[in-house]
Design a binder for this molecule. Structure first.
Ligand code: NDP
Length: 281
């Protein structure tokens, strides 16, 4: 019997599960498509209904996989996609969104993110996002890979305060955001989406996590996910193309880390003592 997945509320009031699904590397190889689709569908069945993708992944191939996986059940899913920075001009962002919608065979994206900062002025990108919102093609917009200074700049712009989320690298081995970005976002009720929460699979083999996991009867990947899920206002989006791992990752929501577990995790993966520039993968 598993616990209900905790939820995180967006500024609009919409709540989503704090444990979703990533899709990077999906859609690269047609022979893997079946497994990728089945894994995403199993994840939805298990309540991991937030799906994160991007026009970048497999040049749109991941969005096509997502479109197939959610066919007939669009309403169950909270769909997140991302625009390349070089497509993020006022009109470019609208055209990129139209292409993403077509690939995913849907008429709206729930949350549309700027993948990382590029050369288009943020005012242009925000204006494009806002026009997409007015047209009902996106429910909300946000950013990715924005550090505190970027967020402050964004919030100083017209409509910049409508930012709904910031998706950044966050896992036990990459705790830099705990120093400033995470508390900054938490104080403003801007959800943080933690990408690569298992450090692209590497934390699943980490000796310290194997050891700590034994104490709480969890796999290393589950401990890594439980750690991220334990943070207020954080959404973890692990990617897997294996149904058994989707089940395993889902069970991370049922793991209660104790004070002793947290102490062991801090010893193995020390929290930051000072400001570190935001890391990116
Ligand atoms: P993750 O930390 O989610 O790790 C994914 C890797 O771990 C895959 O190789 C997967 O293999 C493996 N894995 C998954 N579950 C388990 C498990 N229980 N045990 C062992 N191995 C496991 O890395 P990602 O980089 O994929 O990050 C997650 C998502 O975040 C991406 O898919 C993407 O949607 C998003 N992202 C966003 C970025 C941005 O710039 N905004 C940058 C990077 C990621 P397998 O599939 O074979 O199970």
């Amino acid at each position: 019997m598993h616990d209900v997945i905790p939820t995180v509320a967006f500024p609009s009031g919409i709540s989503v599960p704090a444990l979703g699904q990533g899709t990077w590397n999906m859609g690269e190889d047609a022979s893997h498509a079946k497994g990728e689709i089945e894994s995403l569908q199993a994840g939805i069945d298990l309540g991991m209904t937030l799906i994160d993708t991007a026009e970048m992944y497999a040049d749109g191939g991941a969005e096509e996989i997502v479109g197939t996986a959610i066919k007939g059940r669009r309403d169950e899913v909270f769909l997140v996609s991302k625009v390349y920075p070089w497509n993020a001009g006022r009109d470019g962002v609208v055209e990129a969104c139209e292409r993403s919608l077509k690939r995913m065979k849907t008429d709206h994206i729930d949350l549309y993110l700027l993948h990382w900062r590029g050369s288009h002025p943020l005012t242009e990108t925000v204006a494009g996002f806002e026009s997409l919102k007015r047209a009902g093609k996106i429910g909300a917009w946000g950013v990715s890979n924005f550090d505190v200074d970027d967020m402050k700049e964004l919030l100083s712009l017209p409509d910049g305060g409508n930012v709904a989320a910031n998706q950044v690298l966050y896992n036990l081995g990459r705790r830099g955001i705990e120093f400033d970005l995470l508390p900054w976002c938490q104080a403003r009720h801007i959800p943080v989406m933690a990408y690569s929460p298992i450090e692209q699979g590497r934390l699943a083999h980490h000796p310290d996590l194997i050891h700590i996991g034994k104490a709480c009867q969890a796999t290393p990947a589950q401990v890594a996910l439980a750690f991220v899920l334990g943070r207020q206002g954080v959404i973890a989006i692990p990617k897997t193309a294996q149904v058994s791992r989707a089940r395993e990752n889902r069970e991370a929501a049922s793991i209660r880390l104790t004070e002793a577990d947290y102490a062991a995790l801090d010893a193995a993966f020390p929290p930051p003592k000072n400001k570190k520039p935001l890391e990116m993968i």
